[in-house]
Design a protein around this ligand. Structure first.
Ligand code: NAG
Ligand code: NAG
Ligand code: NAG
Length: 840
């Protein structure tokens, strides 16, 4: 027995020793360094590090300051995400962070005075091991009560100015408690500044930024599951990963995250009230930008019922039926007191109420109605209900206090019973706002419309009726026959994706109608020759101007491109893409009907010494941004993923306000979900000079090919020179090569077109060239995506990476690669050569 017992003891001793050693090693290796216990402290020379090594807790000083602050940072102390004692700096370098004997995390100065504490009261006071704190892998410092194991405090719920992924922007409906983010006082002073950010208006939650805690400064508008309705410039792309969640205890919260674990971001509120996002990829800061703000973004710029439109002058106006409350102030551009309803434009329901009160009946009842304003910022103080769109309207009409309504499929029915404030007209995005107006105003507008029509309405209507019947019958017959002919055409094409496209929604034009509209395709009506046939200007009977693209019978190989274009573009709608009005497939003819662009194409301006002057820098920048947005829509926002493959100046059309519209989708390729990002093609089609090397040489194309072409286009727009113009000189570089040479000589500004040279714009021009060079880098993966390009263009980027080696070909190199392959040339409308290489 004794022997046995002895052996057991030895075994357990061995076991315990081993366990002890193992545990110590284990502790040393992994979890010691991210935890503070009551026996440890962090002083000036120490930090603790999260297990994944991304975050550190320690002391730091801001630039030009000797103040010491206990803080958490990401990678380096230039990326501070949280500060403990921001308003009580330690004045010398003898500060200490530790777990106090009362269980709180505290910061102490050199004289052992507590300058900051988590200020909690712990129930157990058993002297040692009340609590411990851990710096977690997401950057959260978490204090745990060691007796209960519960989390009693964490830094994510007590933020400074910054939010990182998984941090919450939260508020509670019942208690009103909310998490506030507070800006720094200045870039070098982290003490609590003037701006705060928080989640507000919990009926339809949105982020508010306040000045001095009480004055609204700007607001994002409600989150609709995809975008903030009042901040359309904040791109869906970088809002990716945002969520709005609701806890049962009444807490609503927004969070954001990145799908790619190699990505990280720090969202912060700057000392001057802007929202800044620093994005990291593989622990490298690749872009930092601030959300653009214009005058209209500041809360209530135009006062109640004032409509702000940054593109008009002056920016503020009153809605129809309203007038400035204080004309004198208003004329001095002090718009803050806004607009009031004119006496004569009073709402019927209000008048009725007053009449009833005066017991004066027998007045004709003419109901108020609504006037719609598109692309509006949702006014503040929205009420919300679950009514559908129709019910939303009828409910609003039925309640005299309801002044306006709007509907969003995610948010639901929004309506307003208070003065409408913080209105803005966006160029895109926002909501349709339905403003309640008196009956008189509804008639006034329809009367105005009627005045333009001739008096013979009854007769004309009769004739039209009969004709319409005939046309309808004809169109139906046409549609039927067209379907018979169209289907085989679609099946002919090799690309599998095209077969499944339906063209049902696309209007059909009759051949006769187009022939009449273009004066029988008269040479005088010809606008130019596109890739596969001439383009004509035409007038429809109703006066609408159109552009008709007629597939030339001689081109032979154009049919597939034609059908491709129909399929691609009929699905797309964006202000920076040319709009397809319909098509015609009749009598062996294939024609596309587009909206007419009075200003032709970009190259007609850019490369014409006299016309070039028309494009000042503002216009050029607007064109650059528009093209980028159009491409972004193709790559990301449309239901299909489309690569254009032939972006060039002659394919950018300009409308009457010089807004760019991308056209010519004959070569576009559709990618469907799940397909590879890169594809290979046997036929290299496109335009030399705009093609990236991997495409020209190997037939590889991807979204980054369009980015390359965009980069070339951008350099052309800034320099006013054709990329191809350089090929005229032996030995000379392409525009890209020339730009790269200037960049390396630190003389990039001299690339700028002298017509737009203006010291005021120098910064903006330089930034554009920089972005252009990033787009034409040789390595595909180094080129930014188009969404990053848009961000770089529209925001005050504080950090752009330097461009790496760009891709360009010397004339000779181009020649040799051309001659090594069988090439087929066809001329396009501006002497730029369209080269088609047969597959190798
Ligand atoms: C903790 O309490 C003290 C005294 O009430 C107060 O001055 C200090 O601001 C509090 N600290 C925090 C972080 O709430
Ligand atoms: C604008 O008008 C408001 C309201 O009358 C007044 O309080 C404010 O001081 C004015 N602002 C300026 C800059 O004159
Ligand atoms: C009109 O709507 C408001 C807000 O929902 C409500 O408080 C009020 O009672 C309604 N008035 C009538 C007459 O229904």
């Amino acid at each position: 027995m004794g022997f046995l017992s002895h052996q057991t003891h030895t075994n357990s001793f061995l076991f315990i020793t081993t366990l002890f050693i193992f545990c110590s090693i284990h502790l040393c290796l992994s979890s010691v360094n991210d935890i503070i216990t009551s026996t440890m402290f962090i002083n000036e020379n120490h930090t603790i590090t999260s297990n994944n090594t991304n975050f550190k807790l320690g002391f730091f000083s801001p630039p030009n300051s000797t103040n010491r602050y206990a803080a958490i940072w990401y990678l380096s102390d230039s990326n501070i995400i949280w500060i403990a004692n921001r308003d009580q700096p330690v004045k010398n370098s003898s500060g200490v962070i530790k777990i106090h004997k009362d269980g709180n995390i505290v910061v102490m100065d050199g004289r052992k005075h507590i300058v900051w504490s988590t200020n909690l009261t712990f129930s157990t006071k058993n002297v040692t091991n009340i609590s411990s704190a851990q710096l977690q892998d997401n950057g959260n410092l978490v204090l745990t009560d060691d007796n209960t194991g519960e989390t009693v405090w964490d830094s994510f719920n007590h933020p400074a100015d910054a939010a990182v992924p998984t941090m919450k922007i939260a508020a509670n409906k019942f208690t009103g408690k909310k998490i506030e983010y507070v800006s720094w006082k200045s870039p070098t002073d982290p003490s609590s500044g003037d701006f705060t950010g928080s989640l507000e208006r919990l009926a339809a939650p949105e982020v508010f930024f306040w000045y001095k805690k009480t004055q609204p400064y700007w607001r994002t508008g409600p989150w609709n599951g995809r975008v903030f309705l009042g901040a359309p410039r904040m791109l869906t792309e970088y809002l990716y990963g945002w969520r709005l969640d609701h806890d049962p205890d009444g807490t609503d919260y927004l969070t954001y995250s990145f799908a790619n674990p190699a990505e990280f971001g720090i969202l912060s509120l700057t000392f001057d009230g802007k929202l800044r996002l620093a994005r990291f990829l593989n622990k490298k800061n690749y872009v930092t930008f601030e959300v653009f703000q214009n005058e209209c973004d500041f809360y209530g710029t135009c006062g109640p019922f004032g409509n702000c439109d940054p593109s008009s002058k002056p920016i503020c106006s009153c809605f129809e039926g309203f007038e400035p409350r204080n004309l004198e102030e208003w004329s001095k551009k002090n718009w803050t007191s806004g607009c009031v309803r004119k006496k004569e434009a009073q709402l019927q329901c209000v008048r009725l109420k007053n009449l009833n009160n005066n017991s004066n009946n027998g007045v004709e009842v003419q109901q108020d109605g609504f006037k719609v304003f598109n692309n509006m910022k949702v006014p503040d103080f929205a009420e919300r209900s679950d009514a559908n769109l129709d019910k939303c309207k009828t409910n609003c009409l039925a309640n005299c206090s309801c002044l306006a309504y709007a509907y969003d499929s995610y948010v639901g029915c929004m309506f307003w019973i208070r003065d409408l404030i913080d209105l803005q007209k966006f160029p895109y995005g926002g909501v349709d706002l339905f403003l309640r107006v008196p009956y008189s105003q509804l008639i006034a507008t329809s009367k105005g419309r009627r005045r333009n029509k001739p008096l013979m309405i009854p007769i004309v209507a009769g004739v039209i009726g009969i004709t319409a019947l005939a046309i309808c019958a004809y169109i139906m017959w046409q549609k039927w026959t067209a379907k018979q002919t169209r289907t085989p055409i679609l099946k002919k094409s090799n690309a599998g994706e095209q077969k499944q496209m339906k063209l049902d929604e696309l209007p059909l034009f009759e051949f006769e109608k187009l022939a009449t509209a273009t004066n029988n395709f008269h040479a005088e009506n010809m606008l130019g020759k596109g890739g596969f046939g001439p383009v004509y200007k035409g007038h429809l009977e109703d006066g609408q101007e159109i552009a008709v693209k007629r597939l030339s019978k001689a081109s032979g190989q154009g049919l597939e491109e034609f059908m491709n274009e129909v399929v691609v573009i009929s699905k797309l709608q964006h202000r920076n893409l040319v709009r397809l009005l319909g098509c015609c497939v009749e009598r062996d003819e294939q024609m596309l009907v587009y909206e007419f662009m009075p200003n032709k194409s970009l190259d007609a301006f850019l490369f014409d010494p006299r016309q070039r002057k028309v494009l000042d820098w503002k216009k050029r920048f607007n064109i650059i941004e528009g093209i980028a947005r159009g491409i972004l829509y193709l790559h990301r926002d449309s239901r299909l993923r489309i690569i254009h493959r032939d972006l060039k100046a002659s394919n950018i059309l300009l409308d009457d306000a010089m807004n760019p519209k991308i056209s010519d989708f004959g070569l576009a390729r559709i990618f469907r979900g799940g397909e590879d990002d890169e594809a290979n093609t046997k036929r290299v089609v496109g335009t030399y000079g705009y093609m990236p090397p991997e495409y020209a040489m190997e037939g590889l194309f991807s979204e980054k090919s369009d980015v390359y072409s965009f980069g070339v286009l951008l350099l052309e727009i800034v320099s006013g020179r054709r990329n191809t113009s350089f090929y005229n000189h032996q030995q000379s570089l392409s525009l890209v090569g020339y730009a790269w040479k200037l960049w390396n000589e630190n003389n990039i500004i001299s690339l700028t077109d002298p017509e737009i040279m203006d010291p005021c714009f120098e910064k903006s021009i330089l930034r554009c060239i920089h972005i252009g060079l990033l787009c034409v880098q040789e390595l595909t993966k180094e080129r930014p995506t188009i969404s990053t390009v848009v961000l770089m263009l529209i925001s005050e980027i504080t950090h752009l990476p330097p461009p790496g080696q760009v891709a360009f070909v010397h004339k000779q190199k181009l020649h040799s690669s051309e001659s090594s392959q069988k090439s087929h040339q066809s001329s396009s409308n501006n002497n730029v050569t369209l080269t088609e290489l047969e597959g190798r």
